[in-house]
Write a protein that binds this ligand. Sequence first.
Ligand SMILES: [Fe+2]
Length: 305
Amino acid sequence: MSIEISKITASIGARVSGVDISQPLDEETYDALREALNTHKALVFDDVNLDDETQQAFVRHFGDVTAAHPTVSSVAGVPNVLPVDSERGRAANHWHTDVTFVLNPPQATSLRSITIPPYGGETLIASSAAAYRGLPETLRQFADTLWAEHTNDYDYAVPDEEIDDEQATQRAQFTSIKYRTVHPVVRVHPLTGERGLFIGGFAQRIVGLSPGESRKILDLLQAYVTRPENVLRHRWSENQLVVFDNRITQHYAIDNYDGLPRRLHRVTVAGDVPVGVEGKESYSIEGDASHYTSVAAPVATPAAA
Ligand SMILES: [Fe+2]
């Protein structure tokens, strides 16, 4: 059996077959998957037959596994697995990159489908590299100079007046440690040298601009990320694993399944500290995430080598 990688759309997504990811991978297979992830940003594996343990074992080929989340509790007894469960709220229906409020957000996210509603519940995954390439030259140069503050402490889910007690409890847990981190708006991917817009929902403020000005600039750039051409709309079936490169994508869980049961298990790979186009690194203003993630070693980019 040999590994087969077939594109799902021009800018993002590929389906991988011919590899049993429930078994340890040899180096050649891992290299092919890493290469595919670099190129396609999101990989879909069908009929994976994984459990929490083997999902983690597979993900470890890509690097250290993080804890489930800096503030949200894990699947009971499995500290590295985050339940993404409609029972625990459907707050992921906004565009974001996972955990960008910490200094070194996960480099990759894996989601394994356990329970899928009969309709809806798709995950949108957008290529922020395609977004960057789509910017007019003037905007690209402007974006290259910008830095943005990311935080977990803002009302991204629902307006205050619509929050019930359960949601208020979830929100209190989510923000039980407050994080603020400044990242480059244009991040250089450490393995490929590719540039991508590194914003998403946790980016709340452009350094040096007012909140109102920041919102306009972020909205302007974000519109390029969410162009339909840059987005994979993944319709789940059970027993799948999707891995996306969290350094150069955003995603959105569509809340269009009438509150029916939907459950995925998420395992993330520890990331490196982001680097902007001039080689400057992100910096933390508030919040220690050392209980959540190790820091992946920086890798020389092909461009810098
Ligand atoms: Fe997410």
